[in-house]
Design a protein around this ligand. Structure first.
Ligand code: ATP
Ligand code: MG
Length: 697
């Protein structure tokens, strides 16, 4: 315990009963949780498998495991740790039949979920302009985060449609496909505990201690989950920071942390006041920004590290200029001795990575993007997994429909419908139905699958003996790999490479003796959050601010600290609460940095196909230069040209790539306005005013 300060140690060694550790960023909350678990095992004799640690991301769960093994050796491995989703999934695998699901149910991914909702709206004859599929899905998720089933959700009518009834239909169809969506995992676990006393008791008795990291981001249904799990023993330890609550849009409710003492009577509260992560200068900036938020626990956070260098603020012409300045800084840091993997660029919106990627690639710097289109969301990976699942007897209808005409087998849309109907009429699981088809007696669309069914049944004979459980053989012999060639040689090669990556991943997990169903679970959980881990590479990390919580890097860049991005346009509509959450997001970003920090703002930014002329973020506008050092002391006074026209001949203008110039002529009106500009360096250009991104200087 020598590696903890007094307050941390007191929290780690606190006795039974509810414990709240409330402290600012970088104060060692996560470290304290790890030590508390170590203490429970080593000093109090609690069996590791009786301890549950809930973290927010898979990465955090893995990190916790590895820190535990360092602390207490192999025993650490027996502690059950994971995200709310992964732990719920494990419980449902055991008890789903109480809810009328087979234990082999699968988790539906975002794509299939969208497709299902679209189909459902079509069947109900509701046009998408009357009720948009993403609105419906958003509403359903909102209910699930609040712990509401179709029966308990509030009535909702929209453009003459009964949205709540559609929620019920959606659940019904998921059930028919033997699927749950991500929010279902947690809600269904809660339903087990609410409505099935026998199961509930078993779950309540499963663990003696429950510990939760990043508690500020739990939503009501997760909160209920914890309350039910700990109803008997009350041994719940939560750590969090109300200033880092950034998931309000997912229904997280920071009140859970503020009300902890009221909800759990007899709770002890621990406060940690020393920051061990960031330099004094970085912490100063973080404190200056967050203290403007109202309705927060006032916390004292003292730096323990040296003061260090001042955070920098660069104002850039546009997103490419920004990307180049960032790249230059990264190279700079590298020459100062920082490793690439100690650098991160954290942005508000995933789209911001485009320009950056381009410039980083040109500069040949090693980087990786966490998030974005995940590995398991790629088309070829979803196809390959569907094939594999069917072969290994855990594939379902959606997966069969996915690959029935890949490669082409003459099954069109009508054929697919027919197939689905035939399958439903058989009363069999898709994987088992294939046995029937292999006998070659089926007609119509199903008949066209006979060769595939035969192939699968012959491969099944010794699939246990093959390291990848038949993946490559099936994809080869079914003609799937060849069909990729039609996309062009290069494209096909990339996709086959991806499939090979999947193959090694399957081989690896099969060595760990996972069953195919368990493998599919793992894939489903990974696609919702992180990529497969490749942490050993020395690469720069690019990721969204939301994903960065709990992590730390020596050097951090926060691009796009400007109105419209941070605070984000969407949040402006939510008034003060929205702004406060955006401010916390910036606070999270700043406090990821240990030693170096750079913020950037662009004068012109292309976002969602439109030009923006953002002002610097209100969060940093009025800060004194001894807290945040600007590189351009005065912002040039510029006004955007109204895109609708009204330009004045003779005006001096600034263009993001052509530089300074003078408007010589203007023709046309409104969106069709074209102007002729004499640029000082780039010569005469004729530009569409709407897209030209000009500023009047
Ligand atoms: P966040 O709010 O960002 O999740 P946190 O409060 O969980 O932060 P940790 O990640 O646990 O903070 O700790 C931040 C850093 O400080 C880590 O590198 C950790 O190892 C280090 N640290 C924490 N406590 C101590 C200590 N008592 N002595 C030395 N280093 C410490
Ligand atoms: Mg932490």
């Amino acid at each position: 315990m020598s590696e903890l300060n007094q307050a941390q140690q007191a929290a780690a060694e606190a006795g039974n009963g509810p414990q709240l550790i409330l402290a600012g960023a970088g104060s060692g909350k996560t470290r304290t949780i790890v030590h508390r678990i170590g203490h429970l095992i080593a000093a109090r004799g609690v069996a590791p498998h009786r301890i549950l640690a809930v973290t927010f991301t898979n990465k955090a769960a893995a990190e916790l495991k590895s820190r535990l093994s360092q602390l207490i050796g192999d025993d650490g491995g027996g502690v059950v740790s994971g995200t709310f989703h992964s732990i719920s999934l494990r419980m449902l695998r055991r008890y789903a039949d109480a809810l009328g699901f087979p234990r082999t149910f699968q988790v539906i991914d975002a794509d299939d979920q969208k497709a299902l909702v679209k189909r459902l709206l079509k069947q109900a004859n509701i046009a998408t302009d009357r009720l948009h599929p993403s609105y419906l899905l958003g509403w359903i998720e909102h209910c699930k985060h609040a712990g509401q089933t179709p029966e308990s959700a509030p009535a909702c009518h929209w453009n003459g449609t009964d949205v709540r009834a559609l929620y019920a239909t959606y659940q019904q169809q998921l059930r028919e496909h033997e699927r749950m969506d991500f929010s279902d995992l947690i809600l269904n676990c809660v339903l087990l505990m609410r409505e099935h006393p026998g199961v509930s008791e078993a779950l309540r008795r499963r663990f003696d201690h429950v510990l939760v990291d990043e508690y500020q981001d739990t939503n009501p249904v997760q909160h209920e989950w914890l309350t039910l799990m700990c109803a008997d023993h009350h041994n719940l330890t939560v750590v969090g920071d109300d200033d880092q609550s950034i998931y309000g849009w997912r229904g997280a409710d920071v009140r859970h942390i503020l009300d902890f003492e009221r909800i759990w009577s007899g709770a002890s509260v621990h406060r940690l006041e020393e920051n061990y992560r960031s330099s004094g200068a970085i912490l100063n900036l973080a404190n200056a920004i967050i203290k403007k938020n109202e309705d927060r626990h006032d916390k004292c956070l003292r730096a323990t590290r040296e003061y260090g260098s001042l955070p920098q603020w660069n104002i850039c012409n546009d997103e490419y200029d920004e990307a180049r300045k960032i790249t230059a800084e990264l190279i700079n840091w590298r020459s100062a001795g920082y490793a690439w993997h100690e650098m991160a660029v954290l942005y508000r919106s995933n789209r911001q990575s485009l320009a950056l990627e381009q410039v980083l690639r040109e500069a040949a710097l090693p980087y990786r993007i966490v998030g974005g289109v995940g590995f398991f969301e790629r088309l070829e990976i979803k196809d390959a997994l569907a094939y594999w699942a069917l072969l290994n007897r855990c594939g379902d209808t959606l997966q069969l429909l996915r690959i029935c005409n890949k490669p082409k087998r003459g099954i069109g849309n009508k054929g697919e419908e027919q197939l689905a109907a035939q399958l439903a009429a058989s009363g069999l699981r898709a994987s088992d139905w294939l046995d029937l088809l292999a006998e070659g007696k089926a007609t119509g669309a199903a008949g066209k699958l006979a060769p595939l069914a035969k192939l699968i049944s012959s491969l099944r004979q010794d699939v246990d003996q093959i390291p990848d459980r038949g993946l490559m053989q099936l994809l080869q012999a079914s003609g799937y790999l060849d069909s990729l060639q039609s996309m062009g040689e290069l494209e096909a090669a990339t996709r086959i490479d991806n499939i090979r990556t999947l193959q090694s991943y399957i081989e690896l997990t099969m060595e760990q003796e996972l069953t195919p169903v368990e493998f599919m679970d793992r894939a489903a959980l990974l696609q919702s959050s992180e990529e497969m881990q490749q942490d050993n590479d020395d690469t720069i990390t690019l990721m969204s601010l939301h994903r960065a919580k709990g992590l730390e890097f020596d050097c951090v860049v926060l691009p796009g600290v400007e109105e419209g991005l941070l605070p984000h346009q969407r949040s402006l509509d939510d008034g003060e609460a929205g702004i406060a959450e955006e401010r916390r997001l910036l606070y999270v970003g700043i406090t990821r940095a240990r030693r170096q920090l750079k913020l950037t703002t662009a004068r012109v930014r292309r976002l969602f196909g439109e030009m923006h002329y953002p002002q610097p973020s209100r969060f940093i506008r009025d800060l004194p230069a001894d807290i945040l050092q600007p590189d351009t002391p005065v912002m040039p006074q510029t006004t955007a040209i109204p895109a609708a026209g009204g330009v004045q001949i003779g005006s001096n203008v600034l263009h993001p790539s052509f530089g300074e110039g003078v408007i010589l002529a203007s023709e046309g009106t409104g969106d069709a306005t074209r102007i002729t500009v004499q640029f000082r360096k780039s010569g005469l250009k004729r530009l569409m005013l709407k897209y030209a991104a000009l500023q009047i200087v």
